[in-house]
Design a binder for this molecule. Structure first.
Ligand code: THU
Length: 160
């Protein structure tokens, strides 16, 4: 028996003000998307913005449903739209922000496991890392250099 340690590294910016202009603009697009989320049940609005290598920015937000499991997270709404619209483009970065309608969310909210799996598919497909930036409504912004860094023991097509 041997022990295997798996490490992830995150970089944390004190606030949006510390981000480069380009990333701050991407986060602003995620905030705009978040403000248009359809989240009447959870009252938890999430927005995501993707920067593609063709310069396009694709956004998405969570879309809930009275049949709860039929809803979709912001990250998957955005990345599936990107995959459907620009199938040949690479995704360079993703900005994510989440805000509760009940209280201020002040710490970075990471993407859920299902969204990590969905984003991982595109990272593997394009064979290049997708930078992930995530934050709450205010406060620090966390950055991961790749999706793989957020999803240890990734399951991908190499297993099939
Ligand atoms: N949600 C997202 O949009 N992204 C995540 O990564 C986590 C959760 C949404 C789903 C649901 O509409 C609400 O947040 C509460 O879970």
């Amino acid at each position: 028996m041997k022990e295997i340690k798996i490490e992830s590294t995150l970089y944390v910016y004190d606030s949006m003000d510390e981000l480069s202009e380009e990333i701050r603009n991407l986060m602003r697009k995620a905030i705009e998307a978040r403000n248009k989320a359809y989240a009447p049940y959870s009252k938890f609005n999430v927005g995501a913005a993707l920067l593609l290598d063709n310069g396009e920015v694709v956004t998405g937000n969570n879309q809930e449903n009275a049949s709860y499991p039929s809803g979709l997270c912001a990250e998957r709404t955005a990345i599936y739209y990107a995959g459907a619209t620009y199938p040949k483009s690479q995704i360079l970065r993703m900005a994510i922000t989440a805000a509760s309608q009940n209280q201020e969310t002040t710490s970075p909210i990471p993407p859920c496991g299902a969204c990590r799996q969905a984003v991982a598919e595109y990272e593997v497909k394009q064979n290049a890392p997708i930078e992930i930036y995530f934050m709450g409504e205010t406060g620090p912004v966390a950055k991961s250099n790749s999706l793989a860094n957020l999803l240890p023991l990734i399951f991908d097509s190499s297993a099939l």
